[in-house]
Ligand binder design. Structure first.
Ligand SMILES: Nc1ncnc2c1ncn2[C@@H]1O[C@H](COP(=O)(O)OP(=O)(O)OP(=O)(O)O)[C@@H](O)[C@H]1O
Ligand SMILES: [Mg+2]
Length: 459
């Protein structure tokens, strides 16, 4: 966040200057204006948090300025100063929406206390508004889908980490949702109104990556005809997402470490440093600990990035979420492709639930997209799923995953068919494993119809 900005308005030059000096000394940024018209101009600046104005001024007086400010910038807190101790005027101004008033001559500590409280109130209100907007937004579309214990525990950590400025390291296999998580961290933080800037560290050769991250000064190298800010600068007051951080070349690692330690950067070919206020989120599907051990990743940088570590569970660890995610993608792609597809057949869903998903959520997303695009009926069946899903590696050999609430008849059917699959279609062996008579197997298979039997002996 930039230092809090206070717009100070007074026709009395001496007072204006003295107030500005006091505020500045406190670390705030005063914006002085000597009349109402100039003040209104400055009030348009988004960084103004508090308006501190004299009540009696020639031209536009404080009360008029207050009314206009309320209309123009309702988020700005207004504090009045009055030399006459005319409490009535001040009280009436407060009815019109001023936050507080001060009597002249000003007492330094009263001034500071009042401005501080007004700033706090402004920050709280801004944060509140942002959060409301964000929650509405998040619920709407870019939601993180999942209900399983593994996913919930991940979400809890994410929500806890979001409001802080601590650097977060997201770990997880490819396609588990690291980028989505990085965006959620940004959107649930106090920086949500600021930019979210993503850089894929594996996508640039070394010097280009440094130019991308830190920017270049005009003339830094041939072809650098103008100063270009880097992504660090562009992410100011927001979040910088360093994707595939494990791919970062060592030279860039040194510069990144420095930026994190000092809170400032140097553009390529530059001599000045530039302050940056950026929250960093990094992600990798590599084992960074091993990269450190093998000397490819700096240990000191690893510890700087790893302040909060959040692991994304692979999809195979949270099979309960497969139907939810599949449904979520089905609806999304049905709308996108203007197709009437209502859901999955039980067999298709079973196949989705059983598959190992080495490519995690992204693979599931693509499988469902393809099925929706190619679907001829309103219900997606096993035949609509990619071969890899139908015939690929099962989630856990020798196991059947059955969601809570599955009807018992269906449980029996799934166990029977999985056992048959396991025995390669050998019915007497399956019967022995299940502790039933072989003829019972035949009877049950008959009940399920001939097509099922084919399925079972297929793989
Ligand atoms: N929990 C989830 N709910 C809904 N969609 C998800 C979820 N997790 C991932 N996705 C979707 O899956 C796809 C892959 O996610 P994402 O790109 O975030 O993965 P990643 O971990 O960054 O992968 P990689 O390491 O390959 O870059 C995206 O389209 C994302 O929207
Ligand atoms: Mg990614």
């Amino acid at each position: 966040m930039p230092p809090a900005t206070v717009l100070v308005v007074d026709d009395d030059r001496a007072n204006l200057e003295s107030v500005a000096r006091i505020l500045q000394h406190e670390g705030w940024t005063p914006l002085p204006a000597s009349d109402g018209t100039a003040a209104l101009e400055l009030l348009r600046r988004p960084e103004v948090a508090v308006l501190l104005t004299d009540l009696m001024m020639p031209g536009m007086d404080g009360q008029e300025l207050l009314a206009t400010a309320r209309a123009l910038r309702p988020d700005v807190e207004v504090v009045l100063m009055t030399a006459y101790g005319t409490v009535e005027a001040a009280v009436s101004a407060m009815k019109d929406g001023a936050y507080d008033f001060l009597t002249k001559p000003l007492k330094r500590h009263v001034l500071l206390k009042t401005v501080e409280k007004a700033l706090e109130r402004h920050a709280l209100r801004a944060e509140n508004q942002e959060l409301k907007a964000r929650l509405a937004d998040l619920g709407a579309q870019r939601s993180l889908v999942g209900q399983s214990p593994a996913f919930r525990s991940f979400l809890d950590t994410l929500k806890q980490a979001a409001p802080s400025t601590a650097t977060v390291l997201l770990l997880g296999e490819s396609g588990t949702g690291k980028e989505l998580a990085a965006r959620a961290l940004h959107e649930l933080s106090g920086r949500a109104a600021g930019p979210f800037v993503a850089v894929n560290c594996g996508a640039f050769p070394e010097t280009l990556l440094e130019a991308e991250l830190f920017g270049v000064e005009k003339g830094a190298f041939t072809g650098a005809t103008a100063r270009r800010p880097g992504r660090f600068e562009r992410a100011s007051d927001g979040t910088l997402f360093l994707d595939e951080v494990g791919e970062m070349p060592v030279g860039a690692q040194v510069k990144l470490l420095r930026a994190l330690q000092e809170g400032e950067i140097e553009r390529l070919g530059g001599t000045q440093t530039v302050k940056v206020d950026v929250r960093l989120v990094a992600a990798t599907s590599k084992d960074l600990g091993r990269e450190v051990a093998e000397g490819r990743f700096r240990e000191d940088l690893y510890y700087r990035l790893n302040v909060v570590e959040i692991r994304l569970p692979p999809l195979s660890w949270r099979r309960e979420d497969i139907p939810l995610l599949a449904d979520h993608f089905l609806r999304r792609f049905a709308v996108k492709n203007a197709k009437t597809v209502r859901g999955f057949s039980p067999e298709a869903l079973a196949a989705l639930e059983d598959y190992a998903w080495p490519g995690n959520v992204r693979e599931l997303e693509h499988a469902v997209e393809r099925a929706v695009v190619l679907a001829r009926g309103e219900v997606l069946d096993v035949g609509d799923l990619p071969d890899t899903v139908r015939k690929g590696p099962r989630g856990a050999a020798g196991h059947v995953v059955i969601p809570i609430g599955t009807p018992l008849e269906e449980v029996e059917r799934r166990v029977l068919h999985e056992t048959l699959r396991h025995t390669g279609g050998d019915k007497s062996m399956a019967a022995r494993l299940l502790g039933i008579a072989t003829r019972t197997i035949y009877r049950k298979l008959e009940r399920d119809g001939p097509r099922r039997e084919d399925d079972a002996s297929e793989s």
